[in-house]
Design a protein around this ligand. Sequence first.
Ligand SMILES: NC(=O)c1ccc[n+]([C@@H]2O[C@H](COP(=O)([O-])OP(=O)(O)OC[C@H]3O[C@@H](n4cnc5c(N)ncnc54)[C@H](O)[C@@H]3O)[C@@H](O)[C@H]2O)c1
Length: 326
Amino acid sequence: MSQLGEILYLSRSDVEKLGIPMNEIISIVKEAFLEKALGRTEAPPKPGIHPQKDAFIHAMPAYIPKMYSAGVKWVSGFPENERRKLPYITGVLVLNNLETGLPICIMDCSWVTAKRTGAATAVAAKHLAKEDSKVVGILGCGVQGRSNLEALTVVCNSLERVQAYDINERNLRTYVRDMTAKHGLEVLAVSSPRKAVEECDVVVTAGPILKDPKPIIEDSWFPNGSFACPLDFDSYWKPEAMRSMDKFYTDDKTQLKYYKEQGYFLDIPEVYADLGEVVGGQKPGREDCNERIMSMNLGLAIEDMATATYVYRKAKEKGVGRWLPL
Ligand SMILES: NC(=O)c1ccc[n+]([C@@H]2O[C@H](COP(=O)([O-])OP(=O)(O)OC[C@H]3O[C@@H](n4cnc5c(N)ncnc54)[C@H](O)[C@@H]3O)[C@@H](O)[C@H]2O)c1
């Protein structure tokens, strides 16, 4: 063994084969938000570099003392990768020992990113969607469209129907087939964004993030009493639609402010509260069944580190992965 010790390397398939269920990820992510609400986490807004138009590589460090969790995710989003038959989101995540600072684990971050984002949507939906939500609209039927639906089925027990829209016919067809088989819900392929949003109780948009958005979702499409969770920044929702919300939340006010300073989110409403404040009981969530609510979730490093630390522990327990000298 090297004098510096060893690190556990977890490939994408190592992480996937642990088979950690979504309900466990939701509990972990919820606990991370609670720690954030108590002021017991450290996670500066994510800086990024942008080697291609509308592409990013973000650095996302976080420290959560209660979970003995510290590390950084280095994650890329390259929209043109679809043409190359590569995933949009790729990257790695490094966990560190809290006493020595030494790296202890490197893992592929695709699974963690997919699951923790779905889990954050579920945490938000638990507080901000109607309890008897029945219809979900998914716009963008890729990795996030899948993990977000999976997470919503855990917290929205009355779900019956999914209205799915994607600009890519083939992705849409595969999504409908797979999600019908996986969740036993009625999953409909719809022919326009409007048809995906109308009549919904919950709407998730997960298309590409655009620096210069050309949004199309109108306020009149979005029913009273519904909850929207954009994962693609303000690329899909018109400013008037966002302003028509009774309450506008985000996963982290500081990070949203940082992004505004970087030239994103030029026309969005005042933030009412962030999710940590809602989970921690410092600010109310949904207060009546007619409220129109949006949570602009940018994605937080505490969600990644909380989930990745759990993955690391499970991998050690099950002897999964490869130990490498540092
Ligand atoms: N906020 C967060 O925490 C967070 C985390 C991870 C990813 N994301 C974002 O979520 C989005 C989706 O990521 P992914 O990993 O699922 O990508 P993906 O490539 O797996 O899926 C994207 C899907 O959107 C479709 N699409 C493209 N343009 C569209 C449009 N205008 N309308 C409808 N569908 C469209 C594509 O055909 C594809 O099926 C990206 O913007 C990504 O940056 C956000």
